[in-house]
Write a protein of this length. Sequence first.
Length: 453
Amino acid sequence: MTLRVLHVAAEVAPYSKVGGLADVAGSLPIALHELGADCRIVTPRYRGTDVRDARDGVTGRLGRHQVHVHRGDLHGVEVDLVECAELFDRPDVYGEPDDGDRFALLARSALAIADDWGADIVHAHDWHGALAPILAAQQQRTVLTIHNLAYQGHQPPEFAARYGLAPPPVPGDYGPEAVNLLGRGIAAATAVTTVSPTYAVEITGPELGYGLEGLLADHHLVGIVNGIDLDRFDPASDPAMTEPFSAADPAPRAATRRTLCALLGLEPGDGPLVGVVARLFHQKGLDLLLEAAPAVLDAGASLVVLGTGDAGLEQGFRDLAAAHPSRVATRIGFDVGLAQQIYGGSDLFCMPSRFEPCGLGQLIAMRYGSVPVVRRTGGLADTVTADTGFPFGDATPAALTGALTEAIDAYADRPRFEGYVRRAMAADHSWTRSAQAYLELYQELAAGGVPSA
């Protein structure tokens, strides 16, 4: 039997993107399709979403809202783009005061499409999709994937009455003052997954459980590490690379390094170029890098940082670049082309995250031959080993400095460092294995099974 699986996500690359969720929601269904599943994706059509190549679908009303669906195609997977001007024609994907109502419409639209299509499984992603398992009919099999437990979609108490939710709070509602959509989605879903095995363990404890650790401990929580789209992230065909290169012949990546240094006004130097492409927030541990930077620069490295986020961190990296203009480059904002050049032109890629559910940056960096220096947490612990990078334990400037110093010393031994590059590039981070694990879970659910705690 061919399984019909409908994915519900607030962002799906290339139609919309804020973070890694978009990459997963735009890649996993394709990988499942290649394994024989019949997949479909439901996501909003935002103000900037290009629908020129999409077909018109149905128009109708959901409650008081007029909804129109555009039907796009993503490598054989239908993408249903839900248009509702009053809720989704906004400048940003997230951060609106009515986000609860916006993503409630997404979930209700997805369930209507699932019912009409005859979906076997509805797979919702993060709190934005969590109302799908909450509102689904009892016989509908649902999967909820937690991409980041820190974001739980708290809504005011009247939200429960507006959507007919059960009045008793579930763990994580924090009493009568809030409705926790992610918590309720976890309680309602047939199966719950998250994006790496280590993170699945971490979120059942108080440090990273954010009040839901008890609820999660009572579930059979499956950790499946994310992959990346190897066609999209391919240094042999990426136009951002000055010269194409591959795991079989990584030497031409030196040309992209030279181009990147010239673009940023950095002196190539004899030491490694350390790259960062990240949201500049506390979670990502970039404050640790700011404190470690003087010692790292003294050891001979250079640094390029691309990202946006906390104003204090942005200014800190601006100040660091101003103090060391030939050794440090800071670019505040996001530039897809520059990000690719950093992956392909840096020697080391730094991710000192305090927690990281999976992380995609280290996977892309390895694919492009930039050796990762990462904190041993979540998906970073599951994907970077001492053979492919430089993992460290404590979330301290001293521990990060130690790992970067070790990496800088390895860089000075060119044959040794080239071994890291080759092993990193040869690592398999495709979606195939992960998609197979999801497919096996769907098959169990479709057969009437329910994972036990």
